[in-house]
Design a protein around this ligand. Structure first.
Ligand SMILES: *Cc1c(COP(=O)(O)O)cnc(C)c1O
Length: 387
């Protein structure tokens, strides 16, 4: 193995040194319970309020509208279940779409078991949905619209600002999962006009196990986790001071470094231009409305899982479809929603670059990828059938 290249930044990222440095004093010095009245508690509470203010500044909202959670998944569950239940007297219809993250789709499935109705809008061949399609699905009993900002598998960016305007015109609560967007494209809740927005720490170099939900003042939402009055009585559980400090630092660095995503985009475009020269290869999802670091390609005649394992032997970490679906060997629900047949969806590879990646990383991926695809095709009965 000549090199180690991590190209799976949509699955998770390493914790940065800045973030570790921001967290460390919370373990060694400021470990008090933020609810305690003595100085050890107050110091921890101050760290949390500083983090909340910093994050609110980055997202364009008030500090009191930021609620920390234990993950992006929790934030998604809270937004959907909390808002749906708080509005159930008004109506029990929710609009979402097919390429959402499992933390949205499964939360909606739970709500369906409780008697809510969900319309799952389809997307076009590029993975995009129009505001007009959302508007057409609105019914008198619709109370919630949930559309992700950027997709985790194919990196497609949805027209959230326009969809939020539709929601607002119909007085419907608008939620967006912005976990993949932050640090890659601008995320300003006021500019977007959404009522709720979720984020996760570990996609932007904070640890796993921290996330947040922005809840605009006045948004009707029930609690998901009841407890000891933390987060203004809306989310119980002693605050994770260290991870909250780490999330604030990670967000600051991610937003500050967003200009560097132009370089990442150029790297991604170079990879894309070379990779599509491999015969019988296509790119999944829009190249126009797409996160700068995301590339998702389908290679006919092979299994994505085998390709990921072969690349791993060469020191390259990549993924097939999404990290969640790769364990199940089910074809990706996102690729199927694009109308890609199951056998082609199976041969898909996701490469997700971050600011940590270099030109040399791209060179190395290009050096190893085509021979790996060729080797698998030579062994593949699928490929032989196609020839
Ligand atoms: C990773 C991810 C989540 C889940 O966040 P966790 O903190 O891992 O629970 C939700 N939505 C999207 C789009 C993601 O990429």
């Amino acid at each position: 193995m000549d090199r180690i290249v991590y190209a799976d930044n949509a699955a998770t990222t390493s914790v940065s040194e800045n973030v570790i440095n921001a967290m460390m004093p919370c373990f060694t010095e400021y470990w008090g319970n933020p609810s305690s009245l003595y100085s050890g508690g107050r110091n921890a509470a101050n760290i949390i309020s500083g983090a909340r203010e910093g994050i609110a500044g980055l997202l364009g909202c008030r500090p009191g509208e930021i609620y920390f959670t234990a993950s992006g998944s929790e934030a998604n569950n809270w937004a959907l279940k909390g808002a749906a239940r708080a509005n159930q007297k008004k109506g029990r219809h929710i609009i979402s779409q097919k390429t959402e993250h499992p933390a949205v789709l499964q939360a909606l499935a739970s709500l369906q078991k409780e008697g809510y109705e969900v319309t799952y809008l389809g997307v076009d061949r590029d993975g995009i949905l129009t505001p007009g399609e959302v508007e057409a699905a609105i019914r008198p009993d619709t109370t919630l619209i949930a559309i992700m900002y950027a997709n985790n598998e194919i990196g497609t960016i949805m027209p959230i600002k326009e969809i939020a305007a539709v929601a607002k015109a119909h007085k419907i609560t608008m939620f967006t999962d912005a976990v993949q967007a932050i640090g890659s494209i601008p995320v300003n809740v006021t500019d977007l006009g959404v009522d709720m927005l979720s984020l996760s720490g570990h996609k932007i170099r904070a640890p796993k196990g921290i996330g947040l939900l922005y809840i605009k003042t006045g948004t009707r939402i029930q609690n998901l986790i009841d407890g000891g009055g933390q987060e203004k009585g809306k989310r119980g559980g002693t605050e994770n001071t260290a991870y909250i400090a780490g999330l604030a630092r990670a967000m600051e660095d991610a937003v500050e470094g967003i200009e560097d995503m132009e370089r990442v985009k150029a790297l991604r475009d170079r990879l894309a231009a070379e990779i599509i020269k491999i015969p019988h290869t296509r790119i999944n999802g829009s190249m126009k409305y797409r996160l700068p670091g995301n590339l998702n390609v389908a290679f006919e005649g092979i299994e994505g899982e085998s390709l990921v394992l072969l690349l791993d032997m060469a020191g390259i970490s990549a993924s097939t479809g999404s990290a969640c679906s790769s364990a199940s060997l089910e074809p990706s629900h996102v690729l199927l929603a694009l109308g890609i047949p199951a056998e082609k969806a199976h041969g898909s590879l996701r490469l997700t670059l971050s600011r940590v990646n270099t030109e040399e990383d791209a060179d190395y991926i290009l050096e190893k990828l085509a021979p790996a695809v060729q080797r698998l095709r030579e062994m593949s009965p699928l490929w032989n059938g196609l020839q």
